[in-house]
Design a protein around this ligand. Structure first.
Ligand code: LRH
Length: 460
């Protein structure tokens, strides 16, 4: 069976996977896993360690090379970039989107182009760390004589020497026109970002170059685009949740939805494969859990078991509050949001875990309801893919809150989507693996409605 290498970089770990496919479900094997987590440097600022990611990626690819792969594909989280100088070198570090340097930059852009006009062009949800705001936080001289490469494009460049911007990830920058899928002259003019900063666009499936004589192929390099490409849907009326550090909750549409209602609801229209649109909204995901575990120096499994026995709906929070974005004492921030909304904060780590999971489930449900309403589409089933699919309590609570069956898996959806695009480019059909669990909705809908009311969320 033909073999393909997927390099899938997440915000906490990176994986090099070997996938085999020949017309059916992909057989996936992990070749290498490494930490990617950003570090705060002594001079301040949160940065990614790109040189370690590169050397780990190369070690993984060299191990996988024994299987004589057809090609290599790279995907990662969105929005972050490196700047390549005129001599072809990476100039400076790659900042992490959780670095608070973009504070106030949305207002700077807003003074040059109003929100409605901007959304009508780029169709992007407002997130304080969108690439366009990060670029506005750079010293202006850093934007001249440089080329901006998003993280997967940067690694592709370091492997092959070829510059380019893959379009699914480019759609998260704020600089891409959602309808034409070209860099937007209008946004460039308004933002003052020089067009020379942007490399030519490339499409999923395009050949990039060679690494040690193995072809490197552009995939849906935004990890969420790859994950959505691997949703094992068997019907059209499905919603999806790509659940990892973030929960990306929404629908697959055939064209962007750039209405004022979609903008007000802060939905995004990111580019998917085959010309599809990923109409979704970011919800703070398992980050709340992983950051809490870090603070407690605790293991997940025993806490999840105890959380399942905790009383339901003791307290709920809105996980999308910007206070949860930066690293730090998430449990303390949860407690203060509880107090602000007139609720007694959970008194123990298992209680906090229960609050996090119920709150994520509530956010999953309200976001999916909003997506269905905005797109005027019925949703009969929810596919939950990514690392969160392993979390049984979260899957069950999501089914309960949505009032819909949740189909869990695949866990490695981004790597599978990465391989599907490579396989198709090589003329091989590949399917994601099917869901491994099904959760039917249980419990009382009124409990969810009441919980949503406590934090002022519209439900239903
Ligand atoms: C998920 C993800 C998401 C982006 C965020 C920065 O990994 O790519 O789609 O919004 O990271």
């Amino acid at each position: 069976m033909p073999a393909f290498v997927a390099v899938d970089l997440g915000a906490s770990s990176g994986r090099v996977m070997l996938g085999r496919a020949d017309g059916g479900p992909i057989e996936l094997v992990e070749v290498r896993r490494f930490d990617t987590g950003p570090r705060t440097r002594p001079d301040g600022g949160l940065r990614w360690d790109i040189s370690t990611m590169l050397s780990e990626t190369i070690t993984g690819i060299r191990t996988a090379a024994a299987a004589d792969p057809v090609s290599i594909g790279l995907d990662s989280w969105a929005v972050d970039y490196g700047l390549i100088d005129a001599s072809g070198r990476l100039d400076g570090d790659v900042r992490c989107y959780r670095d608070p340097r973009t504070e106030g930059k949305a207002d700077v852009l807003r003074s040059r182009i109003d929100d409605q006009t901007l959304y009508g062009v780029n169709g992007l949800q407002y997130l304080p760390f969108n690439t366009v705001y990060q670029l506005l936080a750079e010293p202006p001289e850093r934007l001249d004589g440089h080329t901006m490469l998003l993280v997967p494009d940067l690694l592709g460049y370091l492997l092959t020497g070829e510059l380019g911007a893959e379009v699914t990830n480019a759609s998260t920058t704020g600089l891409l026109d959602a309808k034409t899928r070209q860099w937007s002259q209008e946004v460039l003019d308004a933002s003052g970002i020089p067009p020379s900063l942007l490399p030519p666009l490339r499409q999923p499936g395009e050949h990039i170059g060679l690494f040690e004589s193995i072809p490197v192929v552009a995939v849906a390099s935004h990890d969420t685009a790859s994950a959505v490409a691997a949703v094992p849907a068997t019907r059209d009326d499905f919603g999806y949740i790509s659940c990892g550090t973030w929960s990306l909750v929404g629908l697959r549409l055939s064209s962007p939805m750039l209405t004022e209602a979609a903008r007000e609801a802060n939905f995004t229209n990111e580019a998917g494969i085959d010309g599809t649109t990923r109409f979704l909204r970011n919800t703070m995901g398992l980050w709340l859990l992983s950051e809490s575990l870090r603070v407690w120096n605790a293991e997940l499994a025993p806490l999840l078991a105890e959380a399942a026995r905790q009383p339901a709906f003791a307290a709920v929070i809105d996980p999308n509050d910007e206070v949860f974005l930066t690293p730090g004492d998430i449990p303390a921030r949860i407690a203060s949001q509880c107090r602000r909304t007139g609720q007694t904060p959970p008194g123990s780590p298992p209680g906090i875990v229960r609050t996090i999971l119920e709150s994520l489930a509530l956010a999953h449900a309200t976001t999916l309801q909003a997506a269905a309403r905005l797109a005027n589409q019925d949703v009969a089933v929810v596919h939950l893919v990514g690392g969160g699919a392993r979390n049984e309590l979260l899957c069950q609570l999501t089914a309960d809150a949505c009032g819909l069956p949740v189909l869990a898996g695949p866990v490695e959806a981004s790597a599978m989507g990465n391989i599907i695009v490579q396989a198709n480019a090589a003329g091989v059909h590949a399917d994601p693996s099917p869901p491994f669990a099904r959760y039917e909705p249980q419990g009382n809908r009124h409990d969810w409605i009441a919980a949503a009311q406590r934090i002022g969320l519209a439900f239903g």
